[in-house]
Design a protein around this ligand. Structure first.
Ligand code: FEO
Ligand code: CA
Ligand code: CA
Ligand code: CA
Length: 574
């Protein structure tokens, strides 16, 4: 594949300035249209979106979820395909007409229905992309029955909870396989669990995953014992996995692929080397690690034996040495320190306690490892490190690291299954006005790189997630950076240009394109989220920060997908 531009110049668009307006800005000659905002019915006869957020839980389960994140377009024809996207979490102020000061089972159910994954058929007609009715349109939510596969089966004693395995939560970034399935990843799953039981104490393993009695303040446990740590502790073990969904089989059960480990999976970027799948995945928390899974045999051979290629292979964790070399350390029971003598029971034990196993191997602490992108031609691997403390190693060279960076590596002999690699820093994000180490020009400044994706020509697209406690604030060195944004980079020259600026309070995350590169899909997450710069929305005034994209005085901001095209029909980015 490749869209071939003779002069070899990857970035042809006129960059857009940083900004703080409540709108989406794209370069001259481009259009960005809004598709499937939160609450859009899956079927034209389905429950209509109510702008005061009074849709019920049952209605939300038949509508597009909230907080669009990772996404992939699966083509099914020349101008049609299935758009599959994650809904990472919900905004408690915006999901209900009256906020969530009083928590009820109906509110928990609506939150669960707002999470998960949407599959929608989209078609291009008359130049415009539209959602269409289709037997493929479906929701996977926090309550959908799920299966387990790999070394930790559903019958495992530590998966026995008071309910059958169900749901996927906090689906941040994503992946897709060469056999046509979608991977949704479970990130901050610990946030949903809590307890009022004062005698509850976290076990060492629960503490290692950040499980606390307060959770992130959702208080679902007050109305639903499924999320009460003291009542139903093994429910925690149902989360932290990569979930495989077949979008072309609407009746299929999502499967948690346990061989890929249990962490706060940001994404699951699949590439192929010597016929085997290689899956890269970051554990997005300050001081956590980056992992890769390597299939045990060519994926086509495994599938011919009716085996799932994600169930058979080795999980590794990365060590980045200060001399620019790196090693992949196997998380395999019985090897290295992961032995019975050291208290490890079996491979299921290693995977349920992936973080602890990686600690034992001496993996390298990183500044919040997020998305991974693999160059389509030379197979170099790029990883965003959003921001963090700095960890006394050269792979995380700034301490503290408020702006983040992008690291890259080349696996030995360009073989992504290799167990050693050479790395360098691709770019240190930030603003040279505040940090002279930053080499970006004043007009290209950005912070907190998160989403990362290569198009077929080898343009590297970078999406940002500066938190709303920092965004636009001069006292935090972010006034020149403006709202969250998307940029494009030429990995050969290091040139970076800003392509898109998002509305107020939003994060730009999730990216895919049609195979011809002429339509790009990008998600706008949490427009109108509380910010210290713009002030906080309240149930009485949910539009305090943003009212994108409807700008309805009686409505509220809505996460949505953008459909981006070049007015002359050209390839995006040229
Ligand atoms: Fe959900 Fe790590 O961003
Ligand atoms: Ca993210
Ligand atoms: Ca993020
Ligand atoms: Ca997010």
């Amino acid at each position: 594949r490749g869209h071939g531009h003779g002069n070899g110049r990857l970035l042809g668009f006129e960059p857009v300035p940083a900004g703080s307006a409540d709108t989406v800005v794209v370069p001259k000659g481009y259009v960005a249209e809004v598709l499937i905002p939160w609450g859009t019915p899956l079927d034209s006869r389905g429950p209509k979106w109510k702008k005061d957020a009074s849709n019920t839980a049952a209605e939300q389960a038949q509508q597009i979820g909230m907080h669009h994140d990772g996404m992939h377009f699966f083509p099914s024809g020349r101008r049609e395909g299935l758009l599959v996207l994650n809904h990472e979490y919900i905004d408690r102020t915006l999901l209900y007409p009256d906020g969530d000061a009083v928590m009820t089972k109906e509110k928990v159910d609506k939150a669960l229905a707002g999470h998960g994954v949407s599959v929608v058929k989209v078609e291009q007609s008359g130049g415009r992309w539209r959602q269409v009715d289709s037997r493929y349109n479906r929701r996977v939510t926090g309550s959908t029955p799920v299966a387990f596969s790999g070394p930790v089966p559903a019958g495992h004693p530590l998966l026995r909870s008071n309910n059958k395995p169900m749901g996927t939560l906090n689906n941040c970034s994503n992946g897709y396989t060469p056999w046509g399935t979608y991977l949704a990843c479970e990130e901050n799953w610990n946030s949903y669990f809590g307890t009022e039981n004062a005698s509850w104490k976290a076990t060492a393993e629960q503490a290692r995953y950040g499980v606390v009695a307060e959770g992130f303040g959702y208080r679902w446990h007050v109305a639903d014992p499924r999320f009460d740590l003291a009542v139903n502790p093994n429910e925690l073990n149902h989360f932290g996995w990569v979930v495989e969904i077949d979008p072309f089989d609407p009746k299929s059960t999502p499967v948690k692929r346990t061989a890929l480990g249990r962490i706060k999976h940001e994404g699951a970027t699949v590439t192929e080397s010597r016929g085997r799948v290689v899956v890269y995945t970051g554990d997005d928390q300050d001081g956590e690690y980056v992992y890769k899974f390597v299939g045990s045999a060519p994926w086509r051979a495994l599938r011919a034996l009716r085996k799932n290629p994600l169930d058979h292979g080795t999980l590794y964790v990365a060590r980045f040495n200060d001399d620019g070399s790196g090693t992949w350390l196997p998380l395999t029971f019985g090897t290295g320190p992961l032995t019975a003598a050291n208290g490890w029971k079996d491979q299921a034990d290693v995977l349920l306690r992936t973080r602890t196993a990686a600690d034992a191997l001496g993996a390298t602490k990183m500044d919040r490892p997020e998305w991974v992108a693999v160059h389509p031609k030379n197979k170099d691997v790029y990883l965003t490190l959003t921001n963090g403390s700095g960890w006394d190693n050269k792979a995380n060279p700034r301490k503290p690291n408020p702006y983040g960076h992008i690291i890259r590596w080349r696996e030995k002999h360009g073989d992504n299954t290799a167990t050693s690699f050479e790395w360098d820093i691709f770019v240190l994000a930030g603003d040279p006005a505040y940090d002279p180490q930053v080499k970006l020009a004043a007009e290209d400044v950005f912070g907190s790189p998160d989403g990362l994706w290569f198009d077929g020509d080898g343009r590297l697209w970078i999406q940002t997630d500066v938190s709303n406690s920092t965004q636009n604030r001069p006292d935090r060195g972010h006034d020149n950076i403006g709202n969250n944004q998307m940029l494009a980079a030429d990995p050969r020259t290091g040139e970076i240009r800003r392509f898109l600026v998002g509305p107020r309070g939003s994060e730009v995350t999730g990216i895919s394109a049609t195979p011809d590169g002429r339509t790009m899909f990008v998600n706008i997450q949490h427009p109108g989220e509380a910010t210290t710069f713009w002030g906080s929305p309240t149930p009485q005034n949910p539009r305090a920060v943003s009212n994108w994209p409807d700008f309805d005085p009686a409505g509220r901001p809505r996460p949505a997908t953008l459909v981006i095209r070049k007015k002359d029909g050209g390839v995006i980015g040229t």
